[in-house]
Write a protein that binds this ligand. Structure first.
Ligand code: GLU
Ligand code: MG
Length: 649
């Protein structure tokens, strides 16, 4: 979840005093590295994925099965297992012993029941690399699994359905609404990963900056017997709950969700702008296709994704910044949370589509522009830098502007946006990168590999076929709203360029020609749009690779096509169906302990491959491999040989 500096965390009041210092030195650090690295070219395409896991304990409950039926119980009990701090040292041992190199790399995540794994080496430019992804994901999962007790499972689950309900974690812990770090009425502080101070510090500082607990209200899915008004009797600690909404009051409800992210290294800063921009209109499409979280705190939601939950979970804006009170102590009205969709494009072509107001720190903007930083990048950074640091370590306050980048990273890594533009780290061989951050994680390695490969292939389509997907950024935001809705794949339409304007450069033409398409039309094509998968197939037909890789790619693309068509359910739709069709479901929108435990038992079986719901997954097993084939055709397409589109002016 970003920068993991070591040290002694400062309180919010201390951190606040250093806000301007962090911003000023952060921007100088950026300017210094921009000058060193802006002309860096010839980096090759490299990319990698990040998978976040939840550790779920599933035990057989003691009661007999007839008792269970009568009492509407499950034969299982499921809880989140707070053991990340116990297994991480072992997961990281190889990396630490080998000076940073290992076959897989492990990082802590926000929650004490989460870990994050990435491949040890990035993948490269060969199509055959795409066939390594799933095998590597399997290896990662097996590694975590081997360190867990026999009743704990590493699940790639986006949201645990009963996070924040009574007894949801093991060992048990009680929430402390009167004090502590998050002051939640539902989530005990023990669920925050304690092996690194960052996570608790962020939780406390976000709450203190805001002046009160975060308040997340997600519309409940209305069924026949769903309670009217407030879902639960009010208490003094749930005063911000809205009627008809699932109320959550802590950072952990959002940052305790898991996702699937990808990072791409571009060959130059200009190509990084292009990837950042062109992937942006695809992000809501991927959010809808990967939707996997329809249940929060034991209630079925009317939304299918984690997006609004996390956005609210780290929303540190004060009432003044939200526009609820006149600006007196704060500097800006701020339209979005720190976790949200991006607000501006970076490439030259993108500028005409930047149609939402960008709140900027004018002083930072002036410094960047005076230093000659490209205007669109200056505006982007001046926008990120309206935020205060929300985690600072006393040992890190005084830093070099030329040798270090912690202050820059401090602000950058707490802007959790749908895309992230990443400069090369100081003193490294890594180039300019773009991170694609919105996809929800799927239950199986097969699906996660399919989604990753789909995006990687889309980047190749964007770069080699040179199609242009840009649309006004306000329309991307509207697509984000739609992508989160229940059954967005089947019930929503999304703004997209029509096929006639895929190669157009004239923004005026395109604005007029934006149309609304179903996800099926966007992914599979229709009269007015060639379809993302057909475009990928066109790209593949120009490239060569080994038969096994081609076979795997076809299976992945088939999964994506069937999900878009509605022939296979999204994970969210499958979970929702499981809950609403469960024999003890009372049509009251509640995902009870029994339902949730049965669901978790099924998720374990699906993960392990011993159960495959026909409506969720195709009947295939991919030919993924953990090594590259021996002979790779010379004709494999090298991404760096293609012509370039225009970069920023
Ligand atoms: N778990 C967060 C999410 O679901 C992302 C945290 C991170 O940036 O690594 O979006
Ligand atoms: Mg992460």
């Amino acid at each position: 979840m970003g920068l993991l500096s070591e040290g002694t965390p400062l309180s919010w009041s201390e951190t606040q005093k250093h806000s301007e210092h962090v911003r000023q030195h952060g921007i100088r650090q950026f300017i210094s590295l921009y000058y060193r690295l802006k002309d860096r070219t010839k980096d090759s395409l490299k990319w990698g994925d990040e998978v976040e896991y939840q550790l779920v304990r599933l035990t057989k409950s003691a009661a007999s099965s007839s008792d269970q039926q009568q009492q509407q119980q499950s034969q299982f009990a499921s809880q989140l297992s707070l053991v990340a701090d116990q297994i991480l040292p072992e997961l990281q041992r190889e990396e630490i012993e080998n000076g940073g190199r290992a076959s897989t790399l492990w990082r802590p995540e926000y929650a004490a029941y989460m870990v994050e794994g990435v491949p040890g080496e990035p993948y490269g430019h060969l199509l055959a690399h795409l066939n390594l992804v799933e095998a590597n994901m399997r290896k990662r999962r097996a590694q975590v699994q081997s360190l867990l007790g026999s009743d704990v499972y590493a699940l790639t689950l986006t949201a645990f359905p009963r996070l924040g309900c009574p007894d949801f974690c093991y060992p048990g812990a009680k929430p402390t609404p009167e004090g502590g770090v998050s002051c939640s009425a539902f989530l005990p502080d023990e669920v925050i990963y304690s092996g690194h101070p960052r996570f608790r510090t962020l939780t406390r500082n976000i709450r203190e900056r805001r002046g009160k607990k975060v308040a997340i209200n997600i519309p409940v899915y209305r069924d026949l017997n769903t309670p009217d008004g407030l879902l639960e009797p009010p208490t003094e600690h749930t005063a911000a709950a809205l009627p008809g909404h699932i109320y959550m009051d802590a950072m952990g409800f959002g940052m305790g969700c898991c996702c699937l992210q990808m990072t791409f290294q571009a060959c130059s800063i200009t190509e990084a702008y292009l990837l950042y921009d062109q992937l942006t209109p695809l992000s809501p499409v991927l959010l809808a296709l990967s939707a996997a979280s329809p249940v929060h705190r034991g209630w079925l939601a009317d939304t299918d994704t984690r997006w609004r939950v996390i956005s609210g979970a780290v929303d540190c804006r004060t009432d003044e910044e939200m526009g609820l009170k006149p600006l007196e102590r704060n500097r800006f009205r701020i339209a979005k949370s720190r976790y949200d969709s991006i607000d501006s494009y970076l490439s030259a072509d993108g500028q005409a589509y930047n149609d939402i107001p960008l709140t900027m720190d004018e002083d930072i903007l002036r410094q960047l522009m005076e230093a000659g930083v490209e205007p669109s990048l200056s505006r982007h950074l001046a926008h990120l830098f309206i935020r205060d640091p929300v985690s600072l370590f006393s040992e890190k306050i005084h830093q070099s502007d030329t040798e270090e980048s912690d202050h820059f990273e401090n602000i950058q890594s707490t802007n959790w946006q749908s895309m992230r533009f990443k400069p090369p780290p100081t003193n490294s061989t890594i180039g300019w990168r773009v991170e694609f951050r919105c996809a929800e994680v799927q239950l199986t390695d097969f699906e996660n590999a399919a989604y990753v490969v789909f995006i990687v292939l889309l980047t190749r389509v964007l770069l080699t076929l040179q199609i242009d997907l840009l649309m006004p950024i306000s329309k991307v935001d509207e697509n984000f709203n739609r992508a989160q809705q229940r059954d967005a794949v089947k019930r929503q339409k999304f703004f997209f360029r029509s096929g006639a304007h895929l190669y157009d450069n004239d923004p005026e033409l395109v604005k007029a020609e934006l149309r609304e398409f179903t996800l099926d039309e966007i992914v599979n094509g229709c009269q007015d749009f060639p379809g993302l998968v057909p475009l990928i197939r066109q790209y593949l037909s120009m490239s060569h690779t080994d038969v096994d890789t081609m076979c795997t790619l076809n299976q992945y693309l088939n999964l994506i096509q069937k999900r878009a068509r509605g022939e296979l359910l999204t994970t969210a739709a499958w979970i929702r169906k499981f809950v609403t069709e469960h024999p003890v479901y009372q049509r009251d929108s509640r995902c009870t302990e029994a339902i949730s435990s049965d669901l978790m038992a099924k998720c374990v079986e699906i993960t392990q491959g011993s159960y495959r719901p026909d409506e969720l997954l195709p009947c295939t097993s991919s030919k993924t491999s953990d090594t590259l084939p021996q002979v790779i055709s010379d004709a494999e397409l090298y991404l760096d040989n293609r012509p370039r589109r225009n970069g920023p002016k």
